[in-house]
Design a binder for this molecule. Structure first.
Ligand SMILES: [Ca+2]
Ligand SMILES: [Ca+2]
Length: 281
């Protein structure tokens, strides 16, 4: 096979799998703008000097829009905008993650991690969630399995640093690691249990107020390379509306504003049996 045939064969392969459409001159293509690209331009940056068609007529290469695919799987950083929530300590800038077997390591980069936070602030009742930093795992990457509530839609497990109030109205400043519990929680689909989770194991936490990072590590049963990760950082914000920062990787049904609002307006409450259940305090 001579060189020219090889080039033609290569070009045909490029066409078979490429995003370029070719329009022949005889079709009288008019320059038209579509998605920022003009028909009739030659945006090609192919390295072939050979013509791409055998005809001598006008040839147009039309770039198709390539959709940006947001990857939310372990190992891919999840970016988030700054100042989308007021308190700096729950304003996530990005979430890095790494998977080793079934151990997920996830690091929140946060606008500011203070050396201490005030826990048990006035106005939060016993057993209600005051703060949390949660990494949600949709193990099977299927929003229709697992929790179906708001941003938790699809979640089978989450690993989190959380603080539930046990001594109401007893404000105490503590370093974050001294004020939180760190667990892996599993969604409990029991009938009558609204967005319930049960702790299945402990997890580890490392906080660096210089680097403004908060790292969680825990074992997530069944987690795999294509599991979907998302996050929530939450503050009860006594005296005001509950505040949270959530990620674009959420599978919440955003077409229903009621669902999103419900998720923002609720937190967890710790039950007598050690499970947590979503509540709207
Ligand atoms: Ca943010
Ligand atoms: Ca799921």
């Amino acid at each position: 096979m001579n060189t020219r045939l090889l080039v033609v064969a290569a070009v045909m392969l490029v066409f078979a799998g490429s995003v370029w459409l070719v329009a022949d001159a005889g079709a009288a293509v008019q320059p038209t703008t579509q998605a920022g690209c003009a028909l009739g331009q030659s945006p090609m940056r192919l390295q072939y000097s050979e013509p791409l068609t055998a005809t001598s007529g006008y040839t147009s290469y039309v770039p198709l829009v390539e959709h940006t695919i947001i990857s939310c799987t372990p190992g891919t950083p999840i970016a988030d905008v700054a100042f989308d929530v007021s308190p700096a300590y729950i304003d996530v800038l990005s979430l890095d993650s790494n998977l080793a077997g079934q151990t997920l390591l996830a690091t929140f980069h946060i606008r500011d991690v203070p050396p201490q936070l005030v826990f048990n602030r006035v106005g939060i009742a016993e057993h209600y969630l005051e703060y949390s930093w949660e990494v949600l795992v949709d193990v099977d990457n299927n929003p229709q399995t697992g929790d179906q509530f708001g941003i938790y839609r699809g979640t089978e497990y989450f690993v989190a640093a959380m603080h539930f109030v046990f001594t109401p109205n007893a404000s105490t400043a503590l370093p974050i690691p001294n004020g939180v519990q760190v667990n892996v929680w599993q969604f409990d689909p029991s009938p009558g249990c609204s967005s319930c989770y049960r702790s299945v194991s402990g997890a580890s936490l490392a906080v660096d107020s210089q680097a403004d990072t908060l790292s969680l590590s825990g074992t997530i049963p069944g987690i795999q390379a294509n599991s979907r990760l998302s996050f929530r950082a939450y503050d009860y914000n006594p005296g005001g509306a509950h505040l949270s920062d959530t990620s674009t990787c959420s599978a919440a049904l955003t077409s229903s504003s009621g669902v999103a609002a419900q998720a923002e307006a609720s937190g967890f409450k710790l039950g007598d049996d050690g499970s947590i259940q979503r509540v709207s305090p």
